[in-house]
Write a protein that binds this ligand. Sequence first.
Ligand code: PGA
Length: 250
Amino acid sequence: MPEKIVAGNWKMNTLPEQGLTLSESVLGALPEILGCKVILCPPFTHLDRVIRLLKGTSVLPGSQNVSAYKQGAYTGEVSADMLAAMGIQYSIVGHSERRQYFSERGDTLKNKLVRLKEVGIIPIFCVGETLEERESGQEGTVVLTQLNEALPETLENSTELVVAYEPVWAIGTGKTASPEQASEMHGVIRQDLIHRYGSSIGGEISILYGGSVKPDNAAELFSMDDIDGGLIGGAALNAADFISIIKAFK
Ligand code: PGA
């Protein structure tokens, strides 16, 4: 069975104190036994403090981005080595907002995955189609191309990679893919991963759904075939909502 995961992507929200309060509220409300792994991805400016707070708890820290370069004169970038030195265990790569606003694709994303692998940080690699692409029936091709452009040729085990399917038209819009639409695309991704890495690895990689996951739709989405959890944006900024999404795995 792929590992069940709920990850919170705070995006460019919260000041450091608010981030710490949010982390504390999540920790304080978490049941001791969780049905899934929980990851928090705060902005870089408060990663260090959140990491210290999470230390020794069942909640793991993640970053929202990483540089495609290893080291050197890349003003404003944060390297995989720096993240690893801080104790980061996961990093989001290829989020649609980075694809859309920062033109990240293809080789840049591939190199980010290489950098993360060098230091043992697990990528949460995001794929997803725009509304236009879905309306013209291209969602499958778009997502398969995104996987093909960046994924490594081989993996040693299934926990080295997490994939997140996030239809762009569902992110932050309040429009969720129906459980059937999401499950269908997760099936397409699963088949691709199996084809790429074989069933013992490809069949066990966690595939998360992201795009307006809320407390009232999480349980149904998470009950679908090949949906192994969620990447949560807006609802991760509210501790009570985030906790009830986590509790959808019981
Ligand atoms: P949303 O964002 O839950 O606010 O739609 C999800 C994401 O962008 O990861």
